[in-house]
Design a protein around this ligand. Structure first.
Ligand SMILES: [Zn+2]
Length: 368
């Protein structure tokens, strides 16, 4: 069995707030609630230059100035996280799938894919790893994918870590290759993550920097308790309302369908889903589902900040279906995915107690 050093976990919370940078160099705090509400048309005053900061990802600043990850010597002592749809990250399979995924979504040309060969591996905070799942569900058509959470131990030479951190807004960090890192004699580059848990530090590392990983299936960890009786009753009542709405006569085929419905049908066709012309997608269903979502958020996203709550709700929304038993299935999925945001200690404790995966050894030609 692979020996894993005792790793230190930084406190995990999705109740965090943000910090935003002014062009004058000043940095101001911004609460998640104000960020979500885009107060004052997304502007806050800067107390340094008395101008105003147009807040958003593009000016997200480091949240924790005392983050131990700023010290090279600490990097190997800290627990790092990664999420993937691959059950054997970081493996050859993973790399092949990753390239296929980029190609499928037209994100890169074949030429660029060749250049991306041997992409550096990325690890970040627990929060960043979990928020990565939400982003992929929302933007990369992974709404139905299984996700695996990895807790990563690094074995780093602290003299081969780039000084300071790159700002993902201004410098290339997310698509660094192993070759580029090696060319600079580096094993790791720190960067300010502005997409997942904005303002946290992530690392791009060469494969040889990963000492061991523990993995847990985010949909199969079995830690989520059943819904309580009151919630179950409300969910069943919603199901009855949905069923009743579905059984009402549909508009006659000659009746023009709404622009929203046309969009939904086109989106379904793009995803390769069968488009049922009788499938109800009207405002009544939308209203019912929004109510279900609000009740689930109230129950299962306690202590999660407003921005992450919105990301979560956007990520799970496409999982709504209108058939029999759909509400319970949706609520089960919701509770299971939300557990990772509200009970990080339970998941981490479970992860840390598992035997470490014997690490796949990368064939030399992949890295070169
Ligand atoms: Zn300023």
């Amino acid at each position: 069995m692979t020996m894993v050093p005792e790793l230190v976990d930084r406190p995990v919370s999705f109740a965090y707030n943000y910090r935003m940078r002014c062009s004058c160099g000043g940095v101001e705090d911004l609460s998640a609630a104000d960020y979500e509400a885009e107060i004052n048309e997304a502007h806050i005053p800067c107390s340094r230059c008395w101008g105003s900061i147009h807040f958003g990802r593009a000016v997200a600043a480091l949240r924790n100035l005392k983050d131990p990850a700023l010290e090279n010597e600490q990097l190997g002592r800290l627990a790092w996280y990664h999420t993937s749809t691959s059950p054997d990250w970081p493996s050859l399979t993973y790399e092949v799938q990753e390239r296929q995924r980029l190609r499928d979504f037209g994100l890169v040309t074949d030429e660029q894919i060749a250049m991306l060969s041997g992409l550096a591996l990325h690890v970040g905070t627990y929060e960043a790893a979990i928020e990565n799942v939400l982003r992929r569900m929302k933007y990369q058509d992974d709404r139905d994918s299984r996700f695996f959470l990895y807790r990563v131990a690094l074995d780093l030479d602290s003299t081969r870590v780039e000084t300071g951190y790159r700002d993902e807004n201004e410098q290339r960090a997310a698509r660094l290759s192993n070759t580029e890192l090696r060319a600079e004699g580096l094993q790791a580059v720190r960067y300010l993550n502005v997409y997942e848990s904005p303002g946290s530090l992530s690392l791009a590392v060469t494969a040889d920097a990963i000492a061991a990983v523990h993995m847990v299936d985010l949909d199969g960890h079995g830690l989520v308790p059943d819904h309580d009786a009151e919630l179950t009753e409300r969910l069943d009542s919603f199901q009855r309302d949905l069923d009743a709405a579905r059984l009402r006569p549909l508009p006659s085929p000659r009746e023009p369908i709404s622009a929203m419905e046309q969009l939904q049908r086109r989106a379904a066709a793009r995803r390769g889903q069968a488009v049922d012309p009788g499938r109800p997608t009207g405002p009544e269903f939308y209203r019912l589902w929004e109510s279900i979502d609000s009740i689930l958020a109230e129950r299962y996203l306690v202590g999660v900040n407003a921005i992450v709550t919105r990301e979560f709700r956007d990520a799970v929304r496409p999982r709504r279906r209108d058939d029999d038993g759909a509400v319970r299935a949706y609520a089960d999925f919701y509770a299971t995915r939300a557990f990772a945001l509200t009970h990080p200690s339970a998941l981490i404790a479970g992860l840390a107690s598992r035997p470490a995966a014997a690490l796949w050894s990368r064939p030399a030609e992949i890295d070169s």
